[in-house]
Design a protein around this ligand. Structure first.
Ligand SMILES: C[S@@+](CC[C@H](N)C(=O)[O-])C[C@H]1O[C@@H](n2cnc3c(N)ncnc32)[C@H](O)[C@@H]1O
Length: 178
């Protein structure tokens, strides 16, 4: 069921407008709220820590990280409309101090200050682009939580399977530590 969802989203990918320069490493396919919370819990996110969501979509991970976990949360998103939507929600919730969205290419950012990075991108992008970048930049002890698509060259510290998110979709979460 999960795979069908991705295929549907992928078929729309080429229709989507891009506003910032960069390769589209995955189409927009949001993580359900229940799974967002599990990702942040699995990543052990603590108050005051810095987290990045790579390809932040409508900002839901960044917003929950700031609102519920009291972290300093930064989302990187290529699509301008999704950025505008995210920033609007952040302002409405008065989370501007702790939640930030960068409209840009996630491959052109610096993650050396990250305590936690969340990733929901396609396998090919993870293997060939994201993993080499994080290998170079992440500090020792930084955690990465990947949703559904693993980092094949890394060994996970923990794998969590969620059989049903309440809408009939299954999910797998992977925790890595540098
Ligand atoms: C599968 S969605 C995940 C959205 C969000 N992280 C979540 O889990 O709900 C992937 C997102 O990555 C964004 N994206 C793809 N390539 C990107 C790039 N090179 N730089 C920044 N964002 C990118 C897409 O526009 C999309 O919103």
């Amino acid at each position: 069921m999960r795979k069908l969802g991705w295929l549907a989203a992928l078929s729309c990918a080429s229709l989507w407008a891009q506003s910032a320069a960069g390769d589209k490493l995955a189409p927009y396919y949001p993580t359900p709220a229940t799974i967002v919370e599990k990702m942040l819990q699995l990543g052990g996110l603590k108050a005051g820590e810095k987290m990045f969501d790579l390809g932040s979509g409508d900002g839901r991970i960044v917003i929950m990280a700031a609102q519920k976990f009291h972290a300093e949360a930064i989302g990187i998103e290529l699509d301008k409309d999704l950025c505008t939507q995210s920033v609007g929600r952040i302002q409405k919730l008065a989370l501007d101090k702790n939640a930030h969205i960068v409209n840009g290419d996630l491959l052109k950012q610096n993650y050396s200050s990250a305590d936690l990075v969340t990733v929901y991108l396609l396998p090919d992008s993870i293997d060939n682009k994201v993993q080499p970048l994080l290998d170079k930049q992440l500090k020792k002890g930084a955690r990465v939580v990947a949703h559904d698509f693993e980092f094949k060259n890394w060994t996970p510290e923990k794998v969590e399977n969620i059989a049903d998110d309440g809408e009939g979709r299954s999910h797998t979460l992977y925790l890595y530590r540098k």
